[in-house]
Design a protein around this ligand. Structure first.
Ligand SMILES: C[S@@+](CC[C@H](N)C(=O)[O-])C[C@H]1O[C@@H](n2cnc3c(N)ncnc32)[C@H](O)[C@@H]1O
Length: 375
């Protein structure tokens, strides 16, 4: 696994905490890679042929596959292991962050004001679809604050996401950003953005590559509704020598003037917003784009692959990711059109990760969907 590059904000781990976290990562590799293959062969050799026979050879729906697989013994074991590992992930990291939280809060405060900006606004409400669950079993989700100036959810995300992604997102967990940058450059070679906005940035993992991707003098902005993630993200960016303007704001209603940005992006935001919010977010992005500007959203879903579709469906039911099922059925062409993008300038694409596999436990497990439009 590629090690996380160290930065001054990254939470430390004692020998025993690290050993436990390594164990969880290995268990996750085993349950989501090795154990997955049993599910895949059940789907291919038994479930899919049976469902197709019953339905006149139609592509099975995600619900039918979930219901049929859930009756299989292997699937029950696999399902219990993946869910338990997810809970253990947070159980193994949370106490370690709590132990060092006062020091992390102090560090973040000291880094404030050194580079970029952090603008918080306590009038911004957590969207109801985020407040309703502990997203992917993360206790308190992205937004829960236990103290003044809290950075817990951000610090916890930085460490757990590293274990969760099993090395597949690179040392700085930024391969979503790098992959989308590659896609945008290939599709719009003449785009020279001067102002870039990242929506739903969490701690800015995918945001930072934009600081260098399009040359000098580019302003990079990043918004999220979760204040403690933004506090941590801003301090992390400063610690990594990057200038980003972080702001607490709702992607459906942003405090920027019409036409302010040349490039608006998001990474893994679509599957964590409601079907209603996706529509609002695309409309707001259209308002904020300058003529010729580009909006591009990337997400780790592969709706054309029946197994990947099942796995996302499983996560929406058993991993507290309520929209990971429905997002796969979205009519993205329709949503782009409703937001104002012309058909000829709307794109729904599937793309490979930027990062190429190096070792068995390093292998990226997803391809990405990209939904984009040019104004
Ligand atoms: C999966 S995380 C995104 C990860 C991040 N973009 C990255 O690449 O590391 C989803 C984020 O979207 C944020 N979010 C969801 N709905 C939002 C909204 N309407 N406005 C702003 N942020 C939102 C959540 O708070 C969360 O931090």
């Amino acid at each position: 696994m590629r090690n996380n590059s160290s930065h001054a904000m990254f939470p430390s781990a004692t020998h025993d905490e690290q050993a436990l976290q390594n164990y969880i990562k290995s268990l996750r590799v085993h349950s989501t890679r090795g154990f997955h293959t049993g599910n895949k062969s059940l789907l291919k050799s038994k479930i899919e042929p049976e469902l197709r026979r019953k339905s006149g050879n139609r592509m099975p729906s995600r619900k039918d596959v979930r219901e049929a697989l859930s009756k299989e013994e292997h699937n029950k074991w696999w399902s219990a292991m993946v869910r338990t590992t997810q809970e253990m992930l947070y159980d193994s990291v949370g106490p370690s962050i709590e132990r060092q939280l006062p020091a992390l809060v102090t560090k973040a405060k000291k880094l404030r004001g050194k580079r970029g900006t952090l603008t918080l606004d306590d009038r911004i409400a957590t969207p109801p679809y985020l407040a309703a669950v502990d997203m992917h079993c993360k206790p308190g989700s992205y937004q829960q604050q236990l103290s003044d100036d809290d950075v817990f959810p951000g610090a916890e995300f930085d460490r757990t996401f590293r274990l969760y992604s099993m090395g597949g997102l690179g040392p700085n967990l930024d391969d979503g950003g790098r992959t989308l940058i590659n896609w945008v450059k290939a599709k719009f070679p003449n785009l020279k953005p001067k102002r870039i906005l990242d929506l739903g940035c969490t701690v800015g993992h995918s945001t930072l590559p934009y600081c260098d991707a399009f040359g000098k003098n580019v302003e990079v902005h990043a918004i999220d509704t979760a204040a403690p993630c933004l506090r941590y993200g801003h301090a992390r960016a400063v610690a990594m020598g990057k200038e980003v303007h972080f702001r607490q704001a709702d992607a459906e209603d942003l405090p920027f003037a019409d036409g302010h940005f040349d490039l608006i992006v998001s990474h893994a935001l679509m599957h964590e917003t409601s079907t209603k919010a996706i529509r609002g977010i695309y409309k707001e992005a259209y308002r904020l784009l300058a003529p010729g500007g580009v909006m591009a959203h990337i997400d780790g879903i592969t709706p054309h692959n029946l197994y990947e579709k099942y796995y996302s469906e499983w996560m929406s039911h058993y991993n507290n990711e309520p929209y990971l099922g429905t997002v796969q059925d979205e009519d993205f062409d329709g949503i782009l059109a409703q937001a104002g993008f012309a058909k000829a300038k709307s794109f729904v694409d599937q793309t490979e990760p930027n990062l190429k596999p190096r070792a068995q436990d390093d292998k990226p497990v997803v391809t990405y969907i990209v939904v984009a439009g040019q104004k």
